[in-house]
Design a protein around this ligand. Sequence first.
Ligand code: RIB
Ligand code: CA
Length: 310
Amino acid sequence: MTPTRIILDCDPGHDDAIALLLALASPEVELLGVTTVSGNHTIARTTANALRLLEFLDRTDVPVAAGAAGPLVRPRVIAEYVHGVTGMDGPDLPPPVGAPIERHAVQYLADTIRGYDGKVTLVPTGPLTNIALLLAMYPDARPERIVLMGGAIGEGNRTPAAEFNIWADPEAARRVFESGIETTMIGLDVTHQALVTHAHAERLRVAGRVGKVVGELLDFYLRFHELRWPELGGSPMHDPVAVLEVIRPDLLDVRPARIDIDCGWEQGRGRTNVDYRDREDGLPPNNRVAVGIDAEAFAELLIERISTLG
Ligand code: RIB
Ligand code: CA
């Protein structure tokens, strides 16, 4: 089976880093490149984290293109409180030796999508600023699909109403969800089921050089969730679940849905209003949303795939 060509648009970030590892370890996908965006941390930090991770993996063949330094409209807000001062605290990975490519992420996205006649799946796992800019600047460069980590049918995490990626740049999210491109939302409803625990971290720690680094990422990441979300019993693998949708869609229950973004400035900011129940007076579906996940199978697959990275 021909691997699906993907570009990971990310803000590493602990879970973005694990999503990158999962993509590199999965024969179902060909990772064409990585684009970075401000989100979990500044664009300088998220770009440096992507570079140093790829250098650690000896995969500098995968290009990194730096993107937007902040949202389209709103002031930039980063999530250092979750990911630490480096944006990827925990492992002692050396600073990057290399640099991102010259082209801006949006130009790289447009060139690559055009180069493959649109047969590319975008996997955004941070705020959607780069994707919105792509749609605005290069409307001809439309990817085949978008599978994004963001939003929530239910409770948010940055606010009760909204998940961080959407909350950070609601205008960008609205442009993406209204683009008409087949877009699948991987929200907190499934990622809060896709948990890794200390027991998983211990298995990974002895699974090789890469597993040891993932164990160190999780040691740091688990501390945040034990404080803020103790009822979960682990750390949600938000971004790896977006990669899972591409490599093993059978492990997810995805439904057609109408998804609208609240671009207000009050409590509803960044809310994803999701209707997948075909409600009376509801609008027809414009996207897809994940409503269920085989969480145990996901966790085992994650450990198995990361263990193959040596
Ligand atoms: O709300 C979770 C999302 O925000 C994840 O993508 C995490 O990496 C942060 O970007
Ligand atoms: Ca992310």
